[in-house]
Design a protein around this ligand. Structure first.
Ligand code: MN
Length: 439
């Protein structure tokens, strides 16, 4: 070290003489006061999965979706509008509009004329080319052949042409299918329907394509890595938001664009509040911490929950409740097969929890579809091959400040439910071992 100290002194002296900052005084990687931190950071990164970007020909993917929609609705004119834009907020499209077009521009619209279950005509309405917009925001689609090639929609038109195009599409009497009250003039004698379109898109969105499943698997992988990283921050004296920071930082670093819903990090008394998301409390020795989180990757969101002891060891009482919740999940998971409904799985888990004496403490439904929305569309229908869903029993004992929820994400296959979120353990011994390794 003596030689090094001399070298440092020389560098510092040189720096003083030259009037430049003493850069050489910074510790080298792997040495000095940050060495342990760097090792810990490397250890964090070492277990993380390689996230390969998911891609597909979106023009072909969305064209197939529109064709299936046409086949479902049969006859009529379809009118779908985009979400409103808000200045300076990162814009994300309305899920249904994105599902049909994959275009993330605000305040635009899509019209389709369908006959005999086929698309007769379709028009995507886009803003006209605006050089001032490009200066601030970069390139954006504008009406013309380039946009038609990029999106796969047959025709594009300027927003100012909406009325004339719609009048032409509705020249022969037809039902006008919309998601909401149509904010356009509807010609006399045209019947409008605001239910069938939403229902039709929902049933299409329920069964995921290969591309959608790959996006959801990626969202789940990122979410599991984030939960593992959060364990570094779960410790007595730390704040709940430190775990949130580790989770959301991992989401972004691994390529998720945003959270699928507000991150829930609830410790101690907050563990019993189902949707607690303020995440401001300081964790205490003896608390449980419920982390219910989901990365959103290319419009698809995961939803995974882990409950861990803040000090790294479950108490006997915490373990007793944890084991009941885990067994309820295991029973439901084993029964999940094509043709079974979520209501039946709920009954299986609820019966077990009731037998253990905690009927009133399981305060929510057992699970839900996942997809573009964390509580995805599709309704109360039996599970089909290609659906994705959660199983998430919980027991919440307010008087004991003791809440446990265990939530995993599953893909239904012809052989049964496959758990996608196994890369962050839910086995209590495995969780304790994982946390012991971090301390
Ligand atoms: Mn959930």
């Amino acid at each position: 070290m003596a030689t090094r100290d001399l070298a440092l002194a020389a560098l510092l002296l040189g720096a003083l003489l030259l009037g430049t900052p003493p850069l050489a005084a910074q510790p080298a990687p792997g040495d000095g006061p940050l060495a342990g931190t760097l090792d810990a950071y490397r250890a964090v990164r070492a277990h993380e999965p390689e996230i390969d970007p998911v891609s597909v020909d979106m023009a072909a993917e969305t064209a197939a979706r529109r064709q299936r929609l046409a086949a479902t609705l049969g006859e009529g004119v379809i009118w779908v509008t985009a979400r409103d834009g808000a200045d300076l907020d990162r814009f994300f499209q309305d899920d249904n509009f994105y599902y049909l077009t994959a275009v993330d521009i605000p305040d635009i619209a899509l019209a389709m004329r369908v006959a005999g279950g086929e698309i007769e005509d379709e028009v995507l309405f886009l803003p006209a080319y605006d050089p001032r917009f490009t200066i601030w925001n970069g390139d954006r689609l504008f009406p013309g052949p380039d946009a038609e090639r990029a999106t796969g929609v047959r025709r594009t038109a300027e927003l100012g042409e909406v009325e004339s195009v719609l009048a032409e599409m509705l020249a022969t009497p037809a039902t006008l299918f919309t998601l909401d009250e149509p904010a356009v003039a509807v010609p006399d004698g045209i019947e409008t329907d605001q239910r069938e379109l939403r229902r039709a898109i929902a049933s299409l969105r329920l069964v995921k394509s290969d591309y959608e499943t790959r996006c959801l698997r990626t969202a789940v992988d990122i979410t599991c890595a984030a939960l593992r990283n959060a364990l570094f921050e779960v410790a007595p004296g730390n704040f709940e938001y430190q775990a949130q920071g580790a989770i959301e930082g991992t989401f972004l670093r691994l390529g998720a664009e945003r959270v699928g819903f507000a991150t829930i990090c609830g410790s101690g008394p907050n563990s019993v509040t189902l949707h607690y998301n303020a995440n401001r409390r300081r964790m205490e020795d003896g608390d449980l911490m419920v982390m219910d989180v989901g990365a959103k990757y290319q419009y698809y969101t995961a939803d995974v929950t882990r409950t861990v002891p803040v000090n790294g060891r479950f108490t006997e009482r915490q373990r007793e409740i944890y084991d009941i919740v885990l067994e309820a999940q295991r029973l439901a998971e084993a029964a999940a097969k094509p043709g079974v409904s979520m209501a039946e799985l709920d009954q299986i888990a609820r019966t077990y929890i009731t037998e253990q004496g905690y009927a009133k403490d399981f305060k929510h439904g057992l699970g839900h579809w996942i997809g573009m929305n964390v509580h995805d569309v599709g309704g109360r229908v039996p599970m089909e091959v290609g659906t994705l869903f959660t199983i998430e029993p919980g027991i919440y004992l307010t008087d004991e400040a003791l809440g446990v929820r265990i939530e995993d994400d599953y893909l239904m296959t012809e052989f049964g439910a496959v758990k996608l979120s196994a890369s962050v353990p839910s086995d209590p011994d495995a969780l304790q071992a994982l946390m012991a390794g971090l301390r």
